[in-house]
Design a protein around this ligand. Structure first.
Ligand SMILES: C[S@@+](CC[C@H](N)C(=O)[O-])C[C@H]1O[C@@H](n2cnc3c(N)ncnc32)[C@H](O)[C@@H]1O
Length: 202
């Protein structure tokens, strides 16, 4: 199938309005949202393994979206939709209150330089703003291969009112239940560690 055909089947054009799970997927199954899925390996693997869940991927990098769509079409999945647009806009305008069961942010851009740290996606204010979109007992799963960002994530997340660290205050998640990602494999090749965090809305 040509990429343009796959694009029309799976990519939702951004508009600043609410899209219900039912409108996107034709059912009300629990929704996982992955921000910045890169080449989409983790999203594809999770969607294949969990046909009873819906997966909404948000990624601005078009080649990554194309790669994911190829896999999604090849596997004949009906539980994946994608926005090829800035996640900040999507989360601000397109997703209704209580609609997200699980939010995934795997290996977001680390912004190594100190003067760029404020560009990091995981910030107390950003996550606090997302809380209304999470269902009760909804989960946020974060991962990074950059230790200073891991420390920043813990600090930012522990300051969010209304989320509890599933592994105990200030603790990382030693055995996370997620597939590997391309960026993670690159980090491991470079000798980086990996840090996961899991928070539950309470
Ligand atoms: C370091 S890469 C990691 C990709 C993937 N999660 C992995 O582990 O291989 C970060 C990704 O986040 C995407 N990204 C960054 N900011 C974004 C935003 N505001 N909205 C959507 N995607 C974003 C980038 O395009 C990039 O593909």
């Amino acid at each position: 199938m040509a990429i343009s055909e796959q694009w029309d089947n799976y990519v939702v054009e951004y508009e600043p309005r609410l899209f219900s799970t039912h409108e996107l997927f034709g059912n009300d199954n629990p929704l996982t949202v992955e921000i910045g899925f890169g080449m989409g390996d983790s999203l594809l693997e999770m969607a294949i393994a969990n046909p009873q869940r819906n997966f909404l991927g948000i990624e601005v990098h078009k080649p990554g979206v194309g790669k994911l769509l190829h896999g999604v079409a090849e596997s004949g999945l009906t539980n994946v939709k994608v926005f090829c647009h800035d996640a900040i806009d999507i989360l601000a305008h397109c997703i209704g209150a209580g609609c997200i069961d699980t939010l995934l942010i795997f290996f977001p851009d680390p912004w190594h330089k100190k003067r760029h740290n404020k560009r990091r996606l995981v910030q107390t204010e950003f996550i606090t703003g997302l809380l209304p979109l999470l269902a009760d007992a909804g989960r946020i799963h974060l991962a990074t291969d950059w230790e200073p960002y891991a420390e920043h994530m813990v600090e930012a997340m522990e300051a969010v009112q209304g989320m509890t660290n599933a592994n105990g205050a200030g603790q990382f998640w030693p055995l996370p239940d997620r597939p590997g990602t391309k960026f993670e494999r690159r980090g491991i090749r470079l000798g980086h560690g990996v840090w996961d965090l899991l928070y539950i809305k309470r």
